[in-house]
Design a protein around this ligand. Structure first.
Ligand code: LLP
Length: 439
């Protein structure tokens, strides 16, 4: 199970990763800054590989969780594929050198332009699969492919109607959610494609996928979803004999520990997958795809910030820091918990005092943690680290309050590299004009 401090340790009294002190990073880049550890990304990826060894599989990293080019390139060099959800993520995958046959394209609202770009990806070879979420989407992909004289590889996304028991905003596998299609819709589409091969010349269905939500802390809903998916495979082949399924995409969603929650281990997750999709028991061996995001990136990064002021009140203090909700939106958006610690070890020790850790944005929701028992010695000028910020951190950042977004730094092999520069004020207004209208 991945924990906030697995890859960030105190060394010589200061928080460090792979032997590099975060103070050294902050001195070089200023704050706020996202700091990642390469090993922290690679370890879960390798564990997944070990857990599925001997099974034909591909780990497709969910790019939405962390889309920095250096991170994508590093993961691709380890054999990872990518789960993308937009033309922008496809562009990033291309810049990171990810081969098309390792890319799956998810999402309920693909546009004609995005579909055409994916069909033409990798010098026209296209991508491994479009994970299709509705009949109109299938028709559109078919039409775009025919126009380009190509054939799109398709997986149908199944909505198994299971409760992932996670935050409602990130639960995706219930009937009431916009995602995927139920059993009847999938079987009817499969039959329709089977019966009208000349109409569907632009597509070929090769897989079925499922993704029920994110930050799952129990394997039970995944077990339900996978079992229902397995049953569906047989039904599809019976109803639509011309469809030859060659893979299943089991989505992402495995949770991590942010604040001591118990998340299932990678070993148990892989054992569950192996049990349900045992190649020895299958009529035909199926390739297995998984789309983890948070599991790989979540505890691989921290957001490093400097305390601007300690504002003392009788009931509690406010630690006002230079990072804000525009840099890391998760606490404001979902009420998510991120541990916050001082970078200097001794500032975490001794007397604790209740404090709210807040940013400078003009909203009460700009709060990273309420009533935290933090070291009373933490004061203006000290560095704090907001832990577990590697997933859905930078990728969900914005320029709200016209704040330039922070840089990103990767620590690897005992040194660090700036893998994204801090935005400038000029970046903030790029593409804007002062208008031609006289007023
Ligand atoms: N595959 C699909 C089709 C997805 O929609 C997602 C996430 C994933 C894979 C990766 O899920 P993961 O392994 O990271 O749980 N912004 C939210 C999380 C949104 C997740 C959306 N879909 C957060 O900060 O918690």
């Amino acid at each position: 199970m991945s924990k906030p401090l697995d890859h960030f340790h105190f060394k010589d009294g200061f928080l460090s990763a792979e032997g590099v002190s975060l103070v050294e990073v902050a001195d070089a880049t200023g704050t706020p800054v996202y700091v990642y550890s390469a090993q922290a990304f690679l370890e879960p990826l390798r564990k997944l590989g070990a857990g599925l060894r001997g099974v034909d599989h591909r780990v497709c990293f969910a790019v939405k969780s962390n889309s920095n080019l250096s991170i994508l390139r590093m993961l691709a060099a380890e054999g990872a594929g990518m789960d993308i959800v937009s033309g922008g993520e496809l562009f990033r995958a291309e810049r990171a050198g990810v081969p098309g046959d390792r890319i799956v394209f998810s999402g309920v609202g693909k546009t004609p332009g995005e579909i055409a770009a994916a069909l033409s990806y990798d010098e026209g070879r296209g991508i491994f699969s479009f994970n299709v979420e509705s009949l109109p989407e299938l028709e559109l992909i078919n039409a775009v492919a025919l126009e380009l004289g190509k054939s799109a590889r398709i997986a149908l996304r199944f909505n198994p109607d299971v409760n992932a028991k996670t935050h409602p905003y990130i639960s995706t596998g219930l009937k009431k959610n916009k995602f995927g299609m139920d059993r009847r819709e999938i079987l009817s589409i499969a039959a329709q494609v089977d019966e009208n091969p000349s109409h569907y010349r632009g597509i070929s269905i090769h897989g079925v996928g499922v993704h029920i939500g994110s930050q799952l802390l129990s394997l039970a809903p995944l077990q339900d979803a996978f079992t229902r998916l397995r049953e569906l495979l047989g039904e599809i082949e019976r109803k639509a004999p011309s469809i030859q399924l060659e893979f299943v995409d089991l989505g992402g969603g495995l949770g991590i520990s942010y604040a001591g929650e118990k998340a299932p281990s990678i070993e148990k997750y892989c054992a569950l997958i192996r049990k349900i999709f045992d190649p020895k028991k299958a009529k035909r061996p199926l390739k297995l795809l998984i789309e983890p995001g948070r599991l790989i990136s979540g505890n691989s990064g921290v957001l490093l910030s400097e305390v601007l002021f300690r504002k003392s009140r009788p009931a509690k203090d406010f630690l006002i820091i230079d990072a804000a909700m525009n840099d890391l939106a998760r606490p404001a958006l979902y009420g998510s918990h991120h541990e916050i610690i001082a970078v200097e070890k001794k500032k975490n020790q001794g007397t604790k005092k209740k404090a709210d850790v807040v940013g400078p944005v003009c909203e009460t929701g700009d709060c990273f943690g309420e009533n935290r028992g933090l070291g009373a010695k933490i004061e203006a000028g000290d560095l704090v680290a907001i832990l577990s910020s590697g997933a859905y951190g930078f990728t969900m950042s914005s320029n709200y309050n016209s704040r330039p977004r922070p840089p990103e730094v990767l620590i690897q092999n005992g040194s660090f590299e700036i893998i994204r520069e801090r935005e400038s004020y000029d970046d903030l207004i790029r593409g804007e004009t002062t208008g031609k209208m006289k007023g």
